[in-house]
Design a protein around this ligand. Structure first.
Ligand code: PGA
Length: 253
């Protein structure tokens, strides 16, 4: 059975002491109330806080993910972080192709594909983001865009490699805007993505892939989003910065 996943993408937020407080707040809440069965929580802090978070995660309440990785092995890439480094710090997941990286840092589908390769080579599971911008949705191009992102970013993988992939559908118009996709819009796109995976790798691989929704997911709307058969959890931005909100979202399965 595929996993339900709630991943918190902190983006570029919080000082170290605030980040520490957030993780210990999450731990306190999870000590009182266990996560629903088959639910995995992942925290994706900024790079400098990874070690603090992996130290906490030794108790296995949650797994740790990075927000980005470089697409080269190692070497003279000032300021960059490799998949090998992440692996050596017990990081298990990494977000790739987030719309903010695509929009501000020129992350193309080809770069996404190379980052995914680096992560898989280093035993880190990629959380690969896809999603259309508002004009594309208004022009009814959302399926075309997501098909391209998934095909060009991921379909060079073997079925065995693809088994490591988590997908996050994040309509860009819903990210940080307070505008959430309706449960029906999310379900429609998630079913479409699962169909693409089934066509390429077969039904069994498609059924085993967790597909998360992202974009203004909150404690108040998580339940109706997660109730859809093809929505296997969420990639949470704003609401993951507050322990109670984030844990409440994880309890929504
Ligand atoms: P949001 O961000 O929950 O703040 O909309 C989601 C994301 O960008 O992953």
């Amino acid at each position: 059975m595929r996993k339900n996943i709630v991943a918190g993408n902190w983006k570029m937020n919080k000082r170290f002491d605030e980040a520490d407080e957030l993780v210990s707040g999450i731990m306190d809440l999870l000590e009182k109330q266990e996560l629903p069965q088959n639910t995995l929580m992942i925290l994706c802090p900024p790079f400098p806080y990874l070690e603090m978070c992996t130290d906490y995660s030794n108790d296995s309440y949650f797994a740790i993910g990075a927000q980005n990785v470089n697409d080269n092995d190692r070497g003279a890439y000032t300021g960059e972080v490799s998949a090998e480094m992440l692996n050596s710090m017990e990081v298990e997941y990494c977000i790739v192709g987030h719309s903010e990286r695509r929009a501000y840092y020129g992350e193309t589908d080809a770069i996404v594909a190379r980052k995914v390769d680096q992560l898989i080579k280093n035993d880190i599971r990629p959380i690969v983001c896809c999603g259309e911008v508002l004009e594309e949705r208004e022009g009814n191009k959302q399926f075309e865009v997501v098909r391209r992102q998934i095909t060009d970013g991921l379909f060079h993988l073997s079925a065995e490699q693809f088994a490591n992939i988590v997908i996050a559908y994040e309509p860009v118009w819903a990210i940080g805007t307070g505008k959430t996709a309706t449960p029906a819009q999310a379900q429609e796109m998630h079913a479409f993505i699962r169909g693409l995976i089934a066509d390429k790798y077969g039904k069994e691989v498609a059924e085993a892939t967790s597909i998360l929704y992202g974009g203004s997911c909150k404690p108040t709307n998580a339940k109706e989003l997660f109730a859809n058969p093809d929505v296997d959890g969420g990639l949470i931005g704003g609401a993951s910065l507050q322990a109670e909100d984030f844990v409440n979202i994880a309890m929504a399965f």
